[in-house]
Design a protein around this ligand. Structure first.
Ligand SMILES: *[C@@H]1O[C@H](CO)[C@@H](O)[C@H](O)[C@H]1NC(C)=O
Ligand SMILES: *[C@@H]1O[C@H](CO)[C@@H](O)[C@H](O)[C@H]1NC(C)=O
Ligand SMILES: *[C@@H]1O[C@H](CO)[C@@H](O)[C@H](O)[C@H]1NC(C)=O
Ligand SMILES: *[C@@H]1O[C@H](CO)[C@@H](O)[C@H](O)[C@H]1NC(C)=O
Ligand SMILES: *[C@@H]1O[C@H](CO)[C@@H](O)[C@H](O)[C@H]1NC(C)=O
Ligand SMILES: *[C@@H]1O[C@H](CO)[C@@H](O)[C@H](O)[C@H]1NC(C)=O
Length: 495
């Protein structure tokens, strides 16, 4: 992750909820309304649950000036280095993960105080950096397609920044069909990439639809934005309501676009030079990044078919894909690689009219698979259980350490346990001695009871062991009783 920047700003967006339709999903959906008092079915027929069972820390803020599920949030005033939701995953499944951040409106109701900054990580990878000043409070959602996880748990963490309390309103996990994003699938599965979706647009959206769009027939419940430019006077919007959904019958490689995306489009030569605006919003230094663009191009009435068209990239002034629409094409999906930042795209008509129904822009990132040395993590799990610290979730050392451990990030071993003055009770578990790289253990000024595990005295790298002021019993080997760095005072039962 060194040197890579995955920040991007989220435009202020409101969700446009379609009403009245209910939907049965054949794919796994998990929708967490963070901070909510109760689960609820939304207007699209999607069931939301509370965050009970996914996180134990944080406080709830409810009654925000937003519609359900964004009218509540979870925030983390405790000041922990990170707070991790633990989400379920299957190891051969690819998911779309969406997180939303609505801080509330401080003039109309409860809100999160600004300034605030924090990072949002998925396992060790940065999904989003949230940064709000008193004047500018971004709100909206961040989306990502993540690769097939190699564990059955996803650690979705809010990592404390320099100011304010981290917060989150919603977490949505959507199972993707294996053939969806097949170009991306190659990247995700074969190359173990983490694919961030930056934008997803429905071109030719009806003018009254100015807000983000969710379609009941979208099997993955994606959020589509209305077209990025206000109007294309010489590139009319066209509709073909008879275009039918293809969904499961689609040829491999289609992204299962909802039919409404395919029923309208923009046509005409003025689509040339469509500017994605990727070089705005904090992306200015991403010159080394690759962008993938999935274009959706469909059969639309009044558009001459069977005519040669091509799409080109102005960055390299080169046509990289050429295709001919035929009568039988309901929808074409074209992936293009944009090797540099230059964000304008040219639709180059070879003869007549180019047509564009929609597109998505994605960018792949390397996945950081670092994890705490297994034996150490297992020992820490025993310690958490014995000391009542189970609400510390996620990996002990990555992407940042729990506040009470210090790790060597090269060896992935835990070096220090810092649990002085934590009001913890219980006994010291035998497993502590498996953490063979420990150099310092601080457990002083707590309510610990039971015998000191003798195996602790064979930790060969241990330089500091402070057990003062507990209620421990058992024996301290003679050779350790006066050793520098070893403190046992204030344990009346100890001999
Ligand atoms: C994992 O797969 C099982 C069996 O297909 C399914 O019931 C379950 O919902 C899946 N869970 C997730 C998190 O995808
Ligand atoms: C907060 O609500 C007030 C009153 O409705 C409105 O004028 C203002 O624009 C809102 N602020 C934000 C950031 O939405
Ligand atoms: C957030 O992520 C950025 C980019 O990786 C990093 O530079 C910054 O230090 C991170 N902040 C925190 C609080 O972890
Ligand atoms: C598209 O059709 C034109 C005209 O028939 C033809 O010259 C061209 O080779 C075709 N292109 C592709 C990629 O099939
Ligand atoms: C992108 O490339 C086009 C054509 O090569 C050029 O006119 C434009 O200025 C470039 N834009 C940026 C932001 O470099
Ligand atoms: C310490 O823990 C005990 C229970 O284990 C609890 O009753 C007490 O309130 C705690 N004290 C502080 C200062 O947190």
């Amino acid at each position: 992750m060194e040197g890579s920047i995955k920040f991007f700003l989220v435009a202020a967006l409101c969700f446009h909820m379609l009403t009245g339709s209910s939907q049965v999903h054949s794919h796994y959906f998990l929708s967490i309304a963070c901070g909510a008092a109760a689960g609820k079915t939304d207007d699209l027929g999607i069931d939301w649950v509370t965050d009970n069972g996914y996180i134990q820390t944080g406080k709830n803020l409810r009654g925000l000036d937003e519609t359900f599920p964004y009218d509540s949030l979870k925030y983390f005033p405790e000041g922990r280095s990170k707070n991790c939701f633990v989400l379920p995953a299957n190891q051969t499944t690819t998911y779309l993960l969406r997180a939303s951040f609505y801080p509330g409106n401080d003039t109309t109701g409860p809100s999160i105080d600004s300034p605030v900054d924090f990072n949002v990580t998925v396992n060790n990878d940065l999904l989003y950096g949230y940064f709000a000043t008193a004047e500018s409070r971004p709100s909206g959602f961040v989306e990502s397609v993540v690769h097939t996880f190699d564990k059955k748990e996803i650690f979705f963490c809010l990592v404390k920044g320099t100011q304010g309390f981290p917060f989150i309103n919603g977490i949505e996990l959507r199972e993707l069909e294996a053939t969806a994003y097949d170009y991306g699938y190659d990247l995700i599965v074969k190359n173990k990439k983490f694919l961030i979706i930056f934008d997803r647009y429905n071109m030719g959206t009806k003018p009254d639809k100015t807000k983000s769009l969710r379609y009941p027939d979208d099997p993955f419940d994606r959020i589509w934005l209305p077209e990025p430019l206000p109007d294309f006077p010489e590139s009319p919007r066209v509709e073909n309501p008879s275009v039918t959904p293809h969904g499961p019958e689609a040829k491999e490689g289609y992204n299962w676009q909802p039919v409404e995306v395919l029923q309208d489009a923009r046509v005409g030569r003025n689509l040339q030079g469509l500017d994605f605006g990727l070089d705005v919003g904090g992306l200015g230094t991403h010159t080394l990044y690759q962008w993938y663009v999935a274009y959706y191009i469909g059969e639309i009435q009044n558009v001459p078919l069977s005519e040669a068209e091509s799409l080109g990239l102005n960055a390299i002034k080169e046509t990289i894909y050429e295709f001919n629409l035929t009568e039988s094409d309901i929808s074409l999906q074209i992936w293009m690689l944009m090797p540099s930042l230059n964000s304008s795209v040219f639709l180059l008509p070879r003869s007549k009219q180019p047509v564009l129904n929609g597109f998505e822009i994605l960018s792949p990132f390397d996945v950081d698979t670092s994890a705490t040395f297994t034996t150490d993590q297992e020992a820490l799990n025993a310690i958490k259980q014995s000391f009542g610290l189970e609400d510390w979730t996620g990996d002990a050392c990555y992407p940042v350490e729990w506040d009470w451990v210090k790790c060597n990030t090269v060896s992935t071993r835990v070096n220090k346990l810092l649990l002085s003055d934590k009001n913890i009770s219980g006994s010291i578990p035998e497993e502590i001695s498996q953490m063979s790289d420990l150099t310092e253990i601080y457990l002083d000024n707590n309510e610990l009871t039971g015998e000191i595990p003798q195996s602790m005295f064979s930790l060969s790298k241990l330089k500091v062991l402070n057990l003062a002021n507990n209620d421990l019993s058992g024996l301290v080997p003679v050779s350790f009783q006066n050793r520098v760095g070893f403190t046992f005072s204030g344990n009346p039962r100890l001999s």
